[in-house]
Design a protein. Sequence first.
Length: 151
Amino acid sequence: MQKRKATFALVLSAAFIGGCSWLADNNPKMLSFPGAYRIDIQQGNVITQDMANQLRPGMTRDQVRFVMGEPLLRDTFDSDRWDYIYSFQPGGDVRTQQSLSLFFTDDKLTHFEGDVRPGGNDNSVNDQMRAAADKDALDAKAKAEAQSQTP
């Protein structure tokens, strides 16, 4: 009898824990504390349009490393491919991701693939980062003004 109660309690607690994680995955704000600050999450190598515009076929690996920085991923099976990946998620909102793959032949850049193309003027992730920072600054200013007006 005692063993049956313990088994039932274990199964019930596992169901509750699994149920909570299911709700959190489908709606991240459903189980969050009201008013809790959620940080901006940046991961990987920052890829800007200015950096991509500096890339030219025929550049050496050292020149590419100077412009782009160290690659986030180096393909262990193909040393002639470098992958740069950047993701940004502002305070619990939707995550955006950019990637850029560079290909070398005889230690010279031959071509590249990805979301950012040289010659363009799209800085969508940078614009999103600026907008998130501006929003945080406005929220902090409004909160400070509200506190200063409270008697």
